[in-house]
Design a protein around this ligand. Structure first.
Ligand SMILES: Cc1cc2nc3c(=O)[nH]c(=O)nc-3n(C[C@H](O)[C@H](O)[C@H](O)COP(=O)(O)O)c2cc1C
Length: 177
């Protein structure tokens, strides 16, 4: 697919994954894409934990599907946790701003690149905002103080139909001056 806007329209949250396993190489490609995202001062304040062994995938899914929410996490064939790392800013910027000033935006870009690369390879993704952080941290050896940027479930979509996007209209969002 060469047309970026078509890729962006096709990328959608997948809440029904097929039984098909996800190839390791495709997961590597998604992380590679995320690594290429831009970041303030090129600080690249991220790291990735890719969960692909079926035993660990099942345990991560248990951390996500809770209180009747996000039960479809149990169908995901892999997960990625994107973690926020310390951002080393250029010295003349570091005196003006907190080290993590750009990090949230940087990490959003990395997560978007990850999901778009997945889409381009036929994979579906679902970002999970709510999950049992202490339990997941313990499972994956993530220090308690370390901020999570994203937890994304990955698999082949069970249903290839592309839904219409529910988005605010362009004219409510933009001013050209
Ligand atoms: C930070 C973040 C957290 C999200 N958390 C959840 C979640 O816990 N469960 C879920 O089903 N979808 C979750 N989503 C998916 C959003 O609901 C979805 O992106 C939005 O409705 C737009 O739909 P689309 O992704 O299909 O275009 C999350 C998305 C983001 C970016």
């Amino acid at each position: 697919m060469n047309d970026f806007i078509e890729l962006a329209k096709c990328r959608q949250t997948c809440r029904e994954f097929a039984a098909r396993a996800v190839e390791h190489e495709k997961l590597v490609a998604c992380v590679e894409a995320a690594r290429l995202a831009p970041s303030g001062c090129n600080a690249q304040p991220w790291s990735f934990v890719v969960v692909e062994s079926s035993a660990m995938v099942a345990k991560v899914a248990e951390c996500v599907a809770m209180d009747g929410m996000n039960s479809y996490a149990a169908q995901a064939k892999a997960f990625v946790v994107i973690l926020e790392e310390h951002a080393k800013l250029m010295p003349y910027i570091a005196v003006m701003l907190d080290s993590q000033y750009f990090a949230k935006g940087d990490l959003g870009a990395a997560a978007a690149y990850f999901c778009l690369e997945a889409e381009s390879r036929g994979l579906g993704t679902c970002q999970f905002g709510i999950f049992n952080r202490p339990r997941l941290g313990e499972l994956l050896g993530i220090p308690e103080h370390q901020p999570y940027a994203a937890l994304i479930g990955i698999g082949y979509p069970a249903n290839p139909e592309v839904r219409d996007k529910q988005r605010k209209p362009l004219d409510q969002l933009v001013r050209f001056v």
